[in-house]
Design a protein around this ligand. Structure first.
Ligand SMILES: NC(=O)c1ccc[n+]([C@@H]2O[C@H](COP(=O)([O-])OP(=O)(O)OC[C@H]3O[C@@H](n4cnc5c(N)ncnc54)[C@H](OP(=O)(O)O)[C@@H]3O)[C@@H](O)[C@H]2O)c1
Length: 279
């Protein structure tokens, strides 16, 4: 099995250039689907307390037979656990459910600005990293303003910001900010989930020209922009297809044509982190 390209993080660690999204894979079927993903070659898994599948992810890890050290395991802290002590406690629950000793990447799931505790939460994450319990720390759904506040109040920028990003919502300004500040971008709903941007004619034409599927063209678009997509599929054939995107390249015009599908109201739901909060 050829190994995946890697992306260097601002803390010296490296993560695979593409990961596997595990929401909403739960129960025995979820374990089978996640173990299948590891079997076809994914080496980074994305879970969260709020996906209620950390136990399944840990189980899949063990049944897959893939060595723990070869896997980048990501989980996320839920809104209801914001706060310094709450974060330290929540972390213990996460690693217990996963059945591991340490985490590779730990993210604040949503900033929840009205609660206004994400800075204290971040300070606890910094401590977990200093203690070696977590290799890398990051955030999810943070805007430029929230990132700037973390840096101003703690001096530590996240290694990763995982945000909604797909052809209908290409996040050009945030990507530029991330590039300037050395923050790696992960794309959630990288295929645009139910909005299915891969069904757009322009993506079909690009895919046909490169001899790949429309979903592969979309995932390659992320790679070309330096973004780490974390597609979810419960289907082994699609899992393999979504991983097989390192043998072709898109040109500048292809990338621009897909980015041009973006629109201001392109979010899948009203997930503006300034107003949308999740507990
Ligand atoms: N941080 C956050 O706030 C946040 C929010 C949302 C999601 N996430 C993470 O991001 C991950 C991925 O996002 P997502 O699941 O919302 O959306 P997604 O990965 O864009 O899309 C998943 C959907 O696309 C289908 N699909 C997968 N591969 C395909 C292919 N090659 N051709 C056609 N259809 C395909 C899947 O169906 P099948 O399963 O039937 O193949 C599924 O219905 C989640 O699992 C989760 O880990 C994070």
């Amino acid at each position: 099995m050829t190994s995946l390209p890697v992306i260097p993080l601002n803390d010296g660690h490296r993560v695979p250039a593409l990961g596997f999204g595990t929401y909403p894979l739960t129960g025995p079927e979820g374990v089978t689907a996640i173990a299948s993903a590891l079997g076809v070659g994914y080496r980074m898994l994305d879970t969260a307390v709020n996906y209620k599948n950390e136990t399944e992810v840990g189980e899949a890890l063990r049944v897959s037979g893939v060595a723990r050290r070869d896997i980048t395991l990501t989980s996320k802290l839920p809104g209801r656990d914001h706060g310094y002590d709450e974060t330290l406690r929540s972390f213990e629950g996460t690693i217990e459910r996963l059945g591991v000793e340490k985490l590779d990447l730990y993210l604040i799931h949503w900033p929840n600005p009205s609660v206004n505790r994400f800075v204290d939460t971040w300070k606890a994450m910094i401590r977990l990293r200093e203690e070696g319990r977590v290799a890398s720390i990051g955030v999810s759904n943070f805007t430029e303003d929230f990132l700037t506040r973390l840096a101003a109040e703690t001096g530590v920028l996240p290694a990763v910001n995982q945000v909604e990003l797909h052809p209908y919502f290409p996040q050009e300004a945030l990507l530029e900010f991330h590039r300037e500040h050395g923050i790696a971008t992960e794309a959630w709903s990288p295929l645009g989930k139910r909005a299915k941007p891969h069904e757009e004619a322009v993506i079909g034409e690009i895919a046909e020209r490169h001899g790949v599927t429309p979903a592969q063209a979309v995932l390659r678009w992320h790679i070309e922009r330096g973004v780490i997509p974390i597609p979810k599929s419960a289907t082994p054939a699609r899992q393999a297809q979504n991983l097989d995107i390192f043998g072709f390249e898109l040109d500048e015009a292809d990338i621009a044509a897909i980015t041009a599908l973006g629109r201001p109201d392109g979010r899948l739901f009203d997930g503006d982190p300034n107003t949308h909060e999740e507990m």
